[in-house]
Structures are given as C-alpha cells and as structure tokens.
Design a protein around this ligand. Structure first.
Ligand SMILES: C[S@@+](CC[C@H](N)C(=O)[O-])C[C@H]1O[C@@H](n2cnc3c(N)ncnc32)[C@H](O)[C@@H]1O
Length: 266
C-alpha cells in the first residue's frame, strides 16, 4: 500500500506541473466512477486472453509477417550491456515489456517509425531502436510520465545505449496531453504503436484510439498486460480487427493488425 508521505510527494509532483493536471484530474475523477479494473474484470480479461493465446510465430504467420514462424532475436551482447547499466541504477521502475516480441515484429515489419507509451528503464525502447537500426534507420517517439516524486527521472531510458539516443524522442508528460503531441510527430503514421503505460481500463480507453489512429494500414498495434481488464478485448471486438494474443511470463500481450497492406513509407 502507498504510504501517506509518498502520496503527498506525488500530489506535490503533479501540482507543480501544469501539463500533468489533466492526468491528475482524471485520476481523481476515477475514484467517483464505476470500477472497471476490479477482480471480476481481471478474471474475465485473464480468461479471454488465455483462451486466445498462441505462440508469437503463429500469430505473425497468421498476419502474413513470416512464412515459417522463424523470429529474429535481439543480439545477446546488446541485452547484456543494457542489463549491466540497469543493474547499477539506485531506483526501481516498472517491469520490462517483452523485448524479444517487440524486436521480432519491428524487424519483420521492416519498421522505421514507432510510437510507444511507457518507458521506465526503456527495455521496449531498446528493442524498437535496435531493430530499426538493423532495418536501416528509424525514429521512436515515446511518452512517459516519470514515477511521481521518487527521483527516478534521471534513470528513465537507462537500457538504451548512447549511440541509439539520436533516433529517440521522449515526451515527458502523461498520456493525456503527451500522446497527441507524440502522434503528431508522425504525419505519415507509424509502423508500430505500443501501449505500456496507464494500465487502467479508462487509461487504455483514452490511449488505444490515439495509438490506433496513428498506425498506418498494415501496421501493428500492441498492448502489454491485457489481462488487467477488458479494455483490449473490448477495443478489438468493437473495431472488428484481426488480432492475436501471446502469453509472456503469466501475463498477456495483445497484437492487432490494421487493415490494408500499405508498404512502409521511408
Ligand atoms: C511498465 S513501465 C514501462 C516499461 C517499458 N515499456 C519497458 O519495456 O521497459 C510503465 C511506465 O509508464 C509510465 N506511466 C504510467 N502511467 C502513465 C501515464 N498515464 N502517462 C504516461 N506514462 C505513464 C510509468 O511512469 C512507467 O515509466
């Protein structure tokens, strides 16, 4: 449970930053609205995800991204180097996304433009940036509201090596405000959009449509931790889009393919 001093530090952190007020307001409003993240919703979402889970190779074969299910892998030395840097950090942050999955889809799509929410130490950012470097170059724009009031700001993105940083922009704001700004960096759309920030139903209800609109036809929308609530299930069912689910360490990742196979514009 969060302590009172931590809550007070968080409140001071938000109140001193006007771009964070919309986020803070929605968080406060959330306490007055019906709960969409409680245990029954989690159990429903877990069942939905588990029933659809497949190996990543099978999902990507179904999407036509690999003929044989063989997946490119992030070079081991890149991971070892990143782990070494992160191990020396004096703070803790949110857990990593599935780096192998993000690296593989970025390589297979030949992606050169990626948009993500949620950076923390930057494992997902490392996967996108490393894969796009192998694809011949690209740009990643990330939205991240640092953990409020705990001094972790200096360590956001630590997993990413210096040589990849010139291809990366972090919008240091909450999704509310930051996400629209980040999507506007890509007027031609993105090849991949990845959601890994505010895991509440309402947070996703806000962020998913913005990311989805930013994805070019034939591109991918990926969301982490879809077992938390029914937001991903409702989104893909309402949009009636081709989607797949991959299990990752007892959690689930949702992947949706935007209709229309338009080649990437470089
Ligand atoms: C699970 S971590 C992201 C992990 C990262 N993708 C990786 O693979 O290393 C979640 C991150 O999202 C940020 N975050 C949480 N809520 C947010 C919001 N509403 N807007 C923007 N960022 C948010 C957190 O501060 C944290 O840095």
């Amino acid at each position: 449970m969060t302590s009172i001093p931590h809550k007070l530090r968080s409140a001071a952190f938000y109140l001193g930053r006007p771009p964070f007020w919309a986020h803070f307001g929605h968080r406060a409003l959330g306490y007055l609205q019906p709960d969409l993240d409680g245990r029954p919703h989690q159990a429903h979402a877990m069942g939905w995800a588990r029933a659809r889970a497949q190996p990543l190779g099978a999902v990507l074969m179904h999407f036509g991204l690999t003929p044989d299910g063989i997946l490119p892998r992030l070079p081991a030395d890149v991971l070892v180097d990143a782990r070494h840097r992160v191990a020396g950090a004096p703070v803790r942050m949110g857990g990593p996304a599935n780096v192998d999955l993000l690296y593989a889809v970025t390589r297979l799509l030949g992606a050169r433009r990626a948009l993500e929410t949620g950076v923390a130490f930057g494992w997902s950012s490392l996967a996108f940036l490393s894969a796009m470097a192998c694809n011949g170059g690209g740009r990643l724009v990330s939205v991240d509201r640092p953990y409020p009031g705990d001094g972790s700001e200096d360590f956001v993105g630590l997993a990413v090596p210096d040589y990849l940083v010139p291809h990366w922009t972090i919008v240091q704001e909450p999704d509310r405000n930051g996400l629209v700004k980040a999507a506007a960096c890509f007027p031609q759309g993105v090849d991949i959009a990845h959601y890994d920030s505010d895991k509440t139903y309402r947070g996703r209800q806000f962020g998913y449509p913005i990311l989805w609109r930013a994805v070019r036809p034939g591109g991918l929308f990926i969301s982490d931790d879809i077992q938390d609530n029914m937001a991903f299930a409702h989104f893909v069912e309402q949009m009636r889009v081709s989607h797949g689910v991959v299990e990752s360490g007892g959690k689930y990742i949702g992947i949706a393919l935007k209709p229309g196979l338009k080649p990437a514009v470089n």
